[in-house]
Design a binder for this molecule. Structure first.
Ligand SMILES: C[S@@+](CC[C@H](N)C(=O)[O-])C[C@H]1O[C@@H](n2cnc3c(N)ncnc32)[C@H](O)[C@@H]1O
Length: 431
């Protein structure tokens, strides 16, 4: 434990050296790969092939404080597969040693050293009003939180989403069957982060069944429900009904003060219940200020599962294999929580530097297609060393398959000057 963050922090062998990786100059260059690009000359989207530490250093030149949102899904800390982790972060010691009970204990330091400089660079690329979403399982979530608290500051933790990734029970676990994992969310500066929102469910929309000249609405009782705290005196007062009688609050207090009530009187509705008693409601509009109402997301996400991700990837890439690709819907839903830039001409930059099979690129392409937005993806995927699978090629297959589908079904709907169906691939090389 280190003394940072008020005495609660994380230290590990190699931390200092890892941190230095973030500030070292980058000598590598990028070269275009024409056969992995589509109409590259004016393409908004970019696919970078190479080690993400080096590419993040290069991106700093053009994209410092420019990225609106990042989604990353780093390799999970299995303790067994260390081949991902680059030579800087690999400790010379063995990757495991013995715990007090003699059982093999995982050494987490290579994983921490791997992620640390990349998170430092990620923060430098984020805008002040930007956010980072990180997928992680329960074996590493505590380490990740410590790392992010250190790099972003604990005050910038936006929340942690629990993703119910599995509905089936599965085998091979004697104690607890894991059905969930996490998406940890940090802001560069929480006070600058715009509110998140998502569409109402069809059931919620159906609740707005009343209507007047201003459109559909639903009634919400003005009397506050829930636990009775000690009532606030300014929220307890009688209200005059249309027939001149006085209505006292049926619960511990009203939701509005008398001052608010006077200012927003035209939003009130008085209805007599079956017992002939007046009930006071406020009208909640389905289209406040002309736009369809949205809701604040909750911390539990269960709209799609891992098997949806696998099925989707197999369909798009004709049977190609990859362990647990993320369902693009998960990422699409998360990205959809953030508002587009106020200036419709301004592109929204979305970065994923552990791109894998590129569900983030798919999410961006499809979101743009559905709402005409100018989101621009930057994805980074390492190139294979000898004998390894070329995961980047799986990403290209996914992207090209999505582009083909979009073109076949909806054609070009994006705005002038923004070719949503074009992307450019750049590969890192040493001059
Ligand atoms: C957990 S996977 C991400 C999977 C992806 N979200 C998907 O659904 O397909 C992590 C990815 O990061 C890549 N990766 C690991 N280390 C990397 C590095 N240093 N630079 C670039 N990519 C790296 C791996 O090859 C792998 O594809």
């Amino acid at each position: 434990m280190s003394a940072e963050n008020g005495g609660v922090g994380l230290d590990w062998p190699g931390k200092k050296e890892a941190g230095i990786q973030a500030v070292q100059p980058e000598t590598g260059l990028l070269r275009e790969v024409p056969d992995r690009s589509i109409r590259p000359d004016h393409a908004p989207h970019l696919f970078f092939e190479g080690d993400n530490l080096r590419i993040l250093r290069l991106l700093k030149k053009e994209y410092a404080r420019a990225v609106h949102v990042m989604y990353i899904d780093p390799p999970y800390n299995t303790g067994a597969v260390m081949s991902y982790f680059d030579r800087f972060s690999r400790r010379r010691a063995t990757s495991s040693d013995s715990g007090p009970d003699g059982a093999t204990r995982r050494d987490d330091s290579p994983w921490l050293s791997f992620l640390y400089p990349r998170l430092i660079l990620a923060r430098e690329l984020l805008r002040d009003d930007g956010a980072l979403f990180v997928s992680i399982d329960d074996r590493a979530v505590h380490h990740l939180r410590h790392l992010l608290d250190e790099v972003f500051g604990p005050e910038n933790h936006v929340g942690t989403i629990v993703w119910r990734k599995k509905v089936v029970r599965g085998r091979g676990h004697r104690h607890i069957i894991p059905q969930t994992e996490y998406v940890v969310v940090y802001a560069r500066a929480l006070r600058s982060l715009p509110p998140f929102s998502e569409p109402l469910s069809p059931e919620m929309v159906a609740e707005y069944r009343l209507s007047d000249e201003e459109g559909p609405y639903k009634r919400i009782p003005l009397a506050k429900t829930g636990t009775a705290h000690s009532p606030r005196p300014n929220l307890v007062y009688p209200i005059e009904a249309p027939d001149g009688t006085m209505i006292s609050c049926p619960t511990h207090q009203w939701r509005w003060s008398q001052k608010t009530l006077m200012a927003r009187r035209n939003e009130l509705e008085f209805v007599k219940n079956r017992q002939g008693k007046w009930v006071v409601y406020t009208r909640q509009r389905l289209y406040p200020s002309g736009l369809l109402r949205r809701k604040t997301p909750v911390s539990l996400y269960d709209s799609v599962s891992t098997s949806d991700g696998t099925r989707e990837f197999r369909t798009l890439c004709q049977g190609a294999l990859f362990d647990f690709p993320k369902p693009s819907r998960l990422i699409r839903d998360l990205l959809g929580w953030l508002p587009l830039p106020a200036d419709p001409e301004e592109p929204m930059i979305i970065l994923d530097f552990f791109a894998g099979t590129c569900p983030t690129a798919q999410a961006v392409l499809e979101l743009n297609q559905s709402d005409g937005g100018r989101r621009k993806f930057l994805v980074v995927q390492d190139t294979p060393s000898e004998g390894q699978t070329d995961i980047a090629s799986l990403g290209h297959r996914r992207i090209q398959s999505v582009l083909t589908t979009i073109e076949a079904h909806s054609g070009k709907v994006h705005p002038e000057g923004f070719d949503n169906l074009a992307y450019r691939t750049l590969r890192l090389y040493d001059p």
